[in-house]
Design a protein around this ligand. Structure first.
Ligand SMILES: [Zn+2]
Length: 255
């Protein structure tokens, strides 16, 4: 009898363990909040190595707001304000959201779409607007308008002041990947409600935070994610901030 019990337990562990492993992958892990970033909290508090423990796909920024972050296939790229792309092996981030990308569904983009048409199309293929989606779009882009921001020094200005002087890049006829996240509207203050995309070219030489695009053709891959892990690093400045006083209006201006 004892032996039967042991075998049963072993079988149960074998059956349940893949489910447990995949459950851990279905989490959007985020450090700090969008409102903290808007308010100018740019000190990197989480190492990129630590961030990689929680995902292989995502976006964010770097210590001192030094450029746009793209995490794709477990590599972290930094697109600096001069337009250069750096593969990052060390460093820290003040704000990033990542997950392990496991494609739940994909949809071909066979006809040219503007940015608005692309997001409307994605809205039609997602099951619900109330869960998180990691979105990877590999494609051929007729046009990409992207931006990056330069590293800041203390006292840090608010994000809306920084983006007023952002560098804007325009790419035409370029192959690459949109690395994106779609957050539900109820995350307001914590992350960006709706779509947020960063771009990286296939040759890993161009990229940035996407302001506009025209996709000619491509493949959209979606990973629906139902768990959200918000990590708040030790930060006395964050702890002392009055988030009630800061209006949410700034987000519209920086996106
Ligand atoms: Zn961005």
């Amino acid at each position: 009898m004892k032996r039967v019990g042991f075998i049963f337990l072993l079988l149960l562990i074998l059956l349940v363990s893949p489910v447990m492993a995949s459950a851990e992958r279905e989490v959007v892990y985020q450090t700090s909040t969008i409102d903290a970033l808007l308010a100018g909290l740019y000190d990197g508090k989480v190492s990129l190595a630590a961030l990689k423990q929680h995902g292989d796909f995502g976006l964010g920024t770097f210590d001192r707001l030094d450029g746009e972050m793209v995490m794709l296939e477990d590599d972290i790229y930094q697109i600096t304000a001069d337009g250069a792309v750096h593969l990052m092996t060390s460093g820290t981030t003040p704000f990033a959201a990542v997950t392990f990308f496991d494609k739940d569904r994909s949809a071909a983009i066979g006809r040219e779409k503007s940015f608005a048409e692309l997001t409307a199309y994605l809205d039609r293929i997602i099951a619900t607007k109330n869960r998180f989606y990691a979105i990877r779009i590999d494609g051929y882009f007729k046009y990409i308008k992207a931006r990056s921001v330069p590293a800041q020094s203390k006292p840090y200005p608010k994000l809306v002041e920084v983006t007023a002087h952002q560098t804007v890049f325009e790419f035409t006829d370029i192959k690459g990947t949109l690395v994106g996240l779609r957050c539900p509207y109820y995350v307001k203050g914590v992350n960006v409600p709706g779509y947020h995309f960063h771009f990286i070219s296939d040759d890993r030489k161009r990229g940035g935070h996407v302001l506009d695009c025209v996709i000619e053709r491509g493949l959209a891959m979606l990973d629906e994610t139902s768990q959200f892990h918000l990590f708040l690093p030790k930060d006395t400045v964050f702890d002392a901030m009055d988030f009630e006083a800061d209006g949410p209006g700034d987000l519209k201006k920086v996106e």
